[in-house]
Design a protein around this ligand. Structure first.
Ligand code: GLU
Length: 461
């Protein structure tokens, strides 16, 4: 086994393991750019620090089930188009498989497998009784009409219905999917079920609209979890949330909520970039106004048409448009990547001028980016901790549906905070105990829990 050790300016060592024996044993292809290989390597690196049993390592190195489906959808012009979908069930040692499904052009098997593995780790770290799964359909939802999107969502549900269920595998929203899509999904599942079980079928999916079994606080949950994690972790890094500067990569569900919540907590959001462009205002961008602008126009572009005239600690109404490089080079306390995977590579990491990276998206930094950030002494708060708020409130939604209760927003926020703070403290404790970086520590804290469950359950037969 070859181990590359990187020592950061702050003295913390990170170990990247290349070709772990389990990777050799399972005959993984040798492609350093493959997200699944990267994710498994991180997991096995943390397992090494714990002496995790070989049998648990090989189980977690591959998903339990990989389901691929093809289904036709009638388009508005009358012709039929064939779509490819996936549902990956990574592990269910702690409870039913859990994780969202995405509608995106770049949905590929290995990426969905990585995201499913990350769900297993995330649920274990925040201590909710779920395993990990993930799904997706390769499509561009922006090019579909509402009627086409509804037919696609319903056909995807019926294609994977035989393998999911309220106690088996519970999907949720992810990139490109919405509460409305969850409503169509639940309705399809419920209509296809035995009449007596029809209403209980509502638990098959979370992230539903509030009027149809959704939970208060679910829509903002991932952003709220990002804010809760930062409030817990930043004082230890000597950054007060009040007055800190922040840049946001992506302004979809996660970062538009995270940005608004952090702004309301006293942070100053000075740069934002999404698929339409990048904007900057050193005096602060008003994320409430930006969220309205985005829901009207589809992206941050054009918000810069207002003058960047804010002053003091307040926020102005506009911002200047900047290049991608200038966006990354903006000096901030905290950079929050909340878009897609592998967007921060060595080049972007080199540009960044921040003290902390808080990973609000799943796997936003690739290994070269991660190494560069470590070399520069940037503290990286890992995704399985930072973005665990969404699935945590999904668990609350599932619980409310199961017990016919309706929690108010205050209770949801309080319980969410309890889980996020617990996960942050577990991660910090693992770092102190193992003397490693925070990503390895978060994986180790999750693996310890999964390992202890396998120890008492044993392996059938
Ligand atoms: N898609 C979200 C995630 O990656 C939420 C999953 C869920 O609520 O099950 O964590």
């Amino acid at each position: 086994m070859t181990t590359v050790t990187t020592q950061a300016a702050n003295g913390i060592k990170t170990q990247a393991t290349t070709r772990d024996p389990v990777i050799e044993e399972l005959n993984f292809p040798d492609d350093p750019d493959n997200l699944y290989l990267q994710t498994v390597s991180t997991m096995l690196g943390a397992a090494d620090m714990l002496d995790l049993k070989h049998r648990v390592r090989i189980i977690l190195a591959q998903p339990k089930n990989e389901v691929m489906v093809h289904f036709p959808v009638r388009m508005d012009d009358g012709h039929h188009k064939l779509f490819k979908g996936y549902r990956i069930q990574h592990n269910n040692a702690l409870g039913p498989y859990k994780g969202g499904f995405r509608f995106h052009e770049n949905v590929h098997l290995d990426d969905v497998k990585s995201l499913a593995l990350l769900m297993t780790m995330k649920c274990a770290l925040v201590r909710i009784p779920f395993g990990g799964g993930k799904g997706g359909v390769k499509c561009d939802p922006r090019t579909l009409s509402t009627a086409e999107l509804e037919r696609l969502s319903r056909r995807y549900c019926s294609a994977i219905a035989p393998i999911i269920g309220p106690e088996i595998d519970i999907p949720a929203p992810d990139v490109g999917t919405t509460p409305q899509i969850m409503a169509w999904f639940a309705d399809t599942y419920m209509m296809s079920n035995e009449a007596g079980e029809a209403h209980d079928g509502i638990r098959v999916v979370t992230g539903k609209p509030v009027e149809f079994g959704g939970s208060a606080g679910r829509e903002k949950a991932t952003g709220q979890g990002v804010a809760d994690t930062l409030a817990e972790m930043l004082p230890g890094i000597n950054i007060p949330v009040q007055g800190m500067t922040v840049s946001l990569l992506g302004f979809g569900n996660v970062n538009s909520w995270g940005g608004r919540i952090l702004q309301d907590m006293g942070a100053k959001i000075t740069a934002v970039m999404d698929h339409t462009g990048a904007i900057r205002n050193e005096s602060g961008i008003d994320c409430h106004a930006l969220a309205e602008h985005c829901s009207r126009t589809g992206g941050v572009k054009g918000f810069g048409d207002g003058a960047a005239t804010g002053s003091g600690g307040g926020t102005s109404t506009g911002a200047e448009e900047v290049s991608e490089e200038d966006f990354y080079r903006t000096k901030v306390d905290v950079f929050i990547p909340g878009a897609l995977e592998q967007m921060v590579k060595a080049k972007q990491a080199e540009w960044l001028d921040c003290k902390v990276v808080a990973e609000a998206a799943n796997a936003p930094c690739d290994p070269s980016g991660d190494r560069k950030l470590t070399e520069k002494g940037v503290e990286v708060l890992p995704a399985i901790l930072v973005n665990a708020g969404g699935v945590t409130v999904s668990y609350f939604e599932w619980l409310q549906n199961k017990t016919s209760q309706v929690w108010d927003g205050e209770r949801v926020d309080r319980e969410l905070n309890r889980h996020m703070v617990g996960a942050a403290r577990r991660t910090l404790a693992a770092r102190t105990r193992l003397g490693c970086d925070l990503r390895s520590a978060a994986f180790a804290a999750a693996l310890e829990h999964i390992g202890s469950v396998y120890k008492v359950r044993g392996i059938f037969p």
